[in-house]
Ligand binder design. Sequence first.
Ligand code: S3P
Length: 195
Amino acid sequence: MTSAAHSPSRNLGQDTIIVLVGLMGAGKSCVGRRLALRLDIPFIDADMEVEAAAGCSIVDIFEQYGEEAFRDGERRVIARLLDGPPSIIATGGGAFIDEQTSALIADKALSVWLRADLETLVSRTSGRSHRPLLNDSDPREILSALIDQRYPVYAEADIVVDTGLDSANVTCERVIDALADHIPSAKMPRDSDMT
Ligand code: S3P
């Protein structure tokens, strides 16, 4: 890839959009918020942007208009965000699966897959009702099927970071290390710089 986002001289966190991808419960929003603080750039939750654009919750969008309408809105919102200034964008779990969206992300941003195991995803999503895909059947079965379907696609991300039930801070530092390794010339605030 030869776009501006992949030029070796850029200063990560100052002139780069970083997009977090991965399944529901992987911690994209929590880790993204901390990462944005550490890199001193804005954090954007794409799901919240979709809700703001639609004027209703994701559950309501699914119920009233269906999943396809949600996917259309999600695609448009993420395209807009990718045209914006540097930021950390947490995407909904299905966004990177959309071919147009993943092509745009590959062109305009650096993608980081937060890869979590099934137990982590089940534990982190349990007792929550704001994810329509998990509301109607057994969440473990759904998440297991989504791992089979989606993990080969998430694997196309620029960077893969494993996450479990560690705190968001621990995963955030792991992402920073992975970003620094991915682009050695980029200036990244390593934990050891913060003494
Ligand atoms: C979805 C994930 C959700 C949200 C929507 C659909 C998916 O976001 O976009 O419910 O298809 O995996 P999170 O991954 O932030 O929960």
